[in-house]
Ligand binder design. Structure first.
Ligand SMILES: [Ca+2]
Ligand SMILES: [Ca+2]
Length: 211
């Protein structure tokens, strides 16, 4: 059996490379943390729409507004969650409009299926998606607002109400632009010193042990 080399013979340069790698790894983690996600939220009154569905039907009385939130710094929209109330929706399981309704935002079809709104009653649901994320982001960033609608792929067949005395809410989770792109108050990377401190501390301990 061959005994391992005594500790002092292990090349110091190899250890230093290890510590440098640890610092770089910490920096990489910090970079990905800097590409942070934010959540934008808005709640507005529903439209009070009370009619037979057309192709696009107004859901929000006024557009959902994100003014004052970080919509301008988004690089992507990652998820959209909407809460709305519908009276006599007929998109419940087995009902005739099941699979036919999707959420519209500024007229764009998000692909969020609005199933589960049963006929004959007011139902409030929270549903998450979406598709068309890039186009939605562009429309959001044009004015900070998104008007909500219900898109009926089979229009003209469903008498519904989007009651006006309740509100509809939306939550948008997006990824902020990399702070290197500038102007992002929430994406400021940690100072290098803060990142390197743990690794430098480890080096100091190592050196003290060697002394
Ligand atoms: Ca109906
Ligand atoms: Ca329909």
């Amino acid at each position: 059996m061959t005994a391992p080399l005594p500790e002092p013979y292990r090349p110091a340069v190899g250890r230093l490379i290890g510590y440098v790698a640890a610092v770089l790894a910490a920096l990489l983690v910090a970079r990905s943390a800097a590409a942070a996600q934010v959540t934008l939220t808005s709640t507005v009154d529903q439209s009070g729409f009370n009619a037979t569905t057309g192709a696009v039907n107004p859901l929000t009385a006024t557009p959902w507004s994100f003014v004052g939130q970080q919509y301008g710094q988004l690089a992507s929209i990652d998820s959209i969650t909407v809460t709305l109330s519908v009276s006599d929706g007929n998109t419940g399981a087995g009902e005739f409009d099941e699979g036919a309704w999707t959420l519209g935002l500024d007229g764009l079809d998000t692909g969020l299926l609005l199933d589960g709104f049963d006929g004959g009653q007011i139902v409030t649901l929270t549903i998450a998606g979406p598709s068309n994320a890039a186009a939605l982001l562009a429309s959001l960033q044009s004015d900070g607002e998104l008007a909500g609608s219900v898109i009926d792929a089979t229009p003209g067949d469903n008498s519904v109400v989007f009651p006006s005395r309740v509100s509809a809410s939306i939550e948008i989770v997006g990824t902020l632009l990399d702070s290197g792109g500038g102007g992002n108050p929430n994406g400021v990377p940690l100072p290098l010193a803060a990142l390197a401190a743990p690794a430098l501390g480890a080096v100091a301990v190592w050196r003290a042990r060697r002394a």
